[in-house]
Design a binder for this molecule. Structure first.
Ligand SMILES: [Zn+2]
Length: 108
């Protein structure tokens, strides 16, 4: 499995499917990988779920600069990353969360 350090995504291709970067690296278990983009309240819920499962995660505000450990302002969208070794578990949790958020967004 290869890894694009720009997009933080694993790929089996020789070039990154997102940015086209051809200089890819063999992925390491600790490399952060993109899991999901979520906004409040789902970003807070998802980070709680990950914490309960002892999955280390990083959340990056979509419009902000830098990384944050605390999820602050309302309505901000966060990009969630977890180490590659936790990616399958984190994706599964994200899918469960998305199916819940889908059911509850009908009121909009
Ligand atoms: Zn890329």
């Amino acid at each position: 499995m290869n890894y694009c350090r720009h997009c933080m995504v694993p790929t089996e291709e020789d070039a990154c499917p997102l940015c086209g970067e051809k200089k890819l690296w063999p992925i390491l278990p600790e490399d952060p990988c993109f899991v999901a983009e979520l906004e409040e309240p789902w970003s807070g819920i998802f980070s709680d779920i990950l914490r309960q499962k002892a999955i280390p995660c990083m959340a990056k505000p979509q419009w902000g600069a830098g990384w944050t450990a605390t999820l602050g302002s309302k309505f901000e969208r966060y990009h969630f990353y977890v180490p590659y070794e936790y990616l399958p578990a984190a994706r599964e949790l994200a899918e469960e969360l998305f199916s819940q958020s889908g059911e509850e967004s009908e009121e909009e």
